[in-house]
Unconditional design. Structure first.
Length: 209
């Protein structure tokens, strides 16, 4: 039996943050497919047995269950000694970027992708609003990456893995990707890390609706 189990599905960028950690760190892990589009995370039994918050990713390790990707990444860094901070200042910076990611960088982009790129709602006031917010967050990250190869250090940390959740997803979201040159180079640097794999190759389940 694998040391780690990750409840996830291919199109979940939040799950990819954790799957990417496990792949890059060469951990012994197994994905457990969650039928999100079939409503599994809304089922009472799933919520009771897996996550009362109704979300993936959920990581199982040594009989305990963890949810919230940032917390899981922090747990994994601590448990494995990989991709974590080397001092308190770095730890603070990692959390500053992971919180920004959860509130803005991933959050607006993932919701835009879900509506515009996956459900194909077409352009609406909501997608316009989400795109504006996503672009504002992307500009901040792009500007930051002008000065540094990875978000908080010269090496990749869990902050990079958190923000990388959705950046390799192929769906068109109408974001002007050509504007974000430093994000593009950062994506290449992460893609070049040994063990990197695309989300759709790492996690099970459909890759379109
Ligand atoms: N802040 C959470 C977000 C997790 C999240 O939104 N997961 C999505 C899949 S990518 C989900 O399970 N959503 C369930 C729902 O909204 O009903 C994290 O980083 O783990």
């Amino acid at each position: 039996m694998s040391e780690f189990k990750l409840h996830c599905f291919a199109m979940s960028g939040n799950s990819y943050k954790v799957a990417l950690f496990l792949a890059l760190a060469e951990m012994d892990w197994t994905p457990v497919f969650v039928d999100y589009f079939g409503g599994e995370t809304h089922q009472e039994q799933w919520r009771q047995e897996v996550n009362e918050q109704g979300e993936v990713p959920v990581l199982e390790h040594k009989g305990a269950r963890f949810s919230q990707s940032a917390l899981i990444l922090d747990y994994l860094a601590e448990a494995t000694g990989k991709f974590g901070p080397e001092n308190v200042r770095e730890e603070q910076e990692i959390w500053r970027w992971m919180l920004f990611d959860n509130h803005k960088f991933t959050s607006y982009y993932a919701t835009l992708r879900f509506l515009y790129g996956i459900k194909k709602t077409g352009e609406t006031a909501v997608t316009q609003f989400l795109r504006e917010r996503a672009i504002a967050a992307y500009r901040i990250v792009d500007d930051h990456l002008r000065q540094t190869p990875f978000l908080v250090a010269a090496r990749p940390t869990i902050a990079d893995l958190s923000l990388a959740g959705y950046v390799y997803m192929p769906e068109d979201t109408g974001l002007p990707q050509e504007e974000f040159l430093h994000i593009a180079k950062w994506k290449d640097r992460i893609r070049d890390l040994p063990g990197w794999r695309h989300p759709y190759d790492l996690m099970p389940g459909p890759t379109s609706l």
